[in-house]
Design a protein around this ligand. Structure first.
Ligand code: NDP
Length: 278
């Protein structure tokens, strides 16, 4: 029987997981199936257990179940424990291994695809929600000179910085706290772009910026990306590369083979451009 995988969430219809993993399976010659599971808001554990009992080998977990999935897992990778959230589950005979591949996806996309160094750089991370919690640890592992985390609710950013205090130069605060500073890399891990909002960042923040990265997947530059470009950022990117790279990390955990995210990314972009031109 073909090994079964799925993405579980609510909502889940928007997930590009099936398309991405079908492309990875083709690219690597790994036979597998990948489906979407819409779980009731109070039914994550039931749905995950039913999938596993029916022979399911692994799950991607999306909104709003990432925290619940970390309690469901019987063992956690270090990065999932750090994040307090799980986006990938692998089912073996005697365990459900929980991992979080978001941060690895982001760091890979920044350093490999975009060719931007994080080591020794001043990095600003905006946001302190689930996505920011997933990426803060892997960003620190990339050895920046400083990671400054800002959030609309400043205390949440300070708390996230405190959690990582032992791992390097990390601080947290409000957007106002960085009003007179500039950063080499600025990462938007807030949900502001989803609502079409920009961030309350001064133009000077981007004066020496070599990359402004928005985690949101967008067909057109987001307000954050536009403002960053206008304010001096030499390169801007949306989050499609992270989305595909974190999926590649999940695939590696499940299948032991690392697919190349670049052709799959190009395919998704081309498809979107074609849909827009119709
Ligand atoms: P959460 O709901 O957990 O957190 C939302 C964060 O955004 C909080 O820090 C919140 O601040 C902040 N925020 C929300 N609205 C605004 C606003 N108008 N202005 C400033 N800050 C705002 O969401 P996630 O962390 O899960 O997701 C954040 C983004 O990351 C989403 O857009 C999501 O699509 C994207 N993402 C992309 C991935 C990828 O692979 N490319 C993977 C995961 C997420 P406060 O605490 O004050 O409420």
């Amino acid at each position: 029987m073909t090994d079964r995988y799925a993405v579980i969430g609510n909502p889940v219809l928007h997930s590009r997981g099936p398309q991405i993993h079908a492309a990875f399976a083709l690219q690597t010659g790994q036979p597998l199936s990948y489906e979407r599971i819409l779980a009731p808001l109070d039914g994550f554990t039931r749905a995950a257990r039913a999938f596993r009992d029916a022979g399911g080998r692994g799950l991607n977990v999306t909104i709003p179940f990432k925290v619940e999935a970390s309690s469901y897992a019987t063992r956690l990778t270090d990065r999932a424990r750090d994040a307090g959230a799980v986006n990938t589950l692998r089912f073996d005979a005697d365990e459900a291994l929980g991992d979080n591949t978001d941060g690895a996806g982001l760091v890979t996309d920044i350093t490999i695809r975009l060719g931007v160094e994080l080591a020794g750089r001043q990095v600003l991370l905006a946001g302190a929600g689930g996505a920011a919690r997933g990426v803060a640890g892997p960003l620190l592992d990339a050895d920046p000179a400083e990671l400054f985390i800002v959030n609309r609710t400043a205390e949440t950013a300070r708390e996230l910085a405190r959690r990582h205090r032992s791992r390097g130069r990390v601080a947290g605060g409000a957007f106002d706290d960085v009003a007179h500073r500039s950063f080499d890399v600025v990462i938007n891990a807030t949900a502001a772009s989803l609502a079409g909002d920009s961030l309350p960042l001064a133009a000077s923040v981007f004066a020496h910026c070599s990359l402004a990265y928005d985690l949101v997947y967008a067909d057109r530059p987001t307000p954050f990306m536009r403002f960053a470009s206008e304010s001096g950022a030499t390169q801007v990117s949306d989050g499609l590369g992270m989305l595909v790279a974190q999926a590649a990390e999940s695939f590696l955990l499940w299948r032991g083979v690392r697919p190349d995210p670049l052709p799959v990314m190009a395919e998704l972009r081309a498809e979107r451009a074609l849909a827009d031109s119709r």
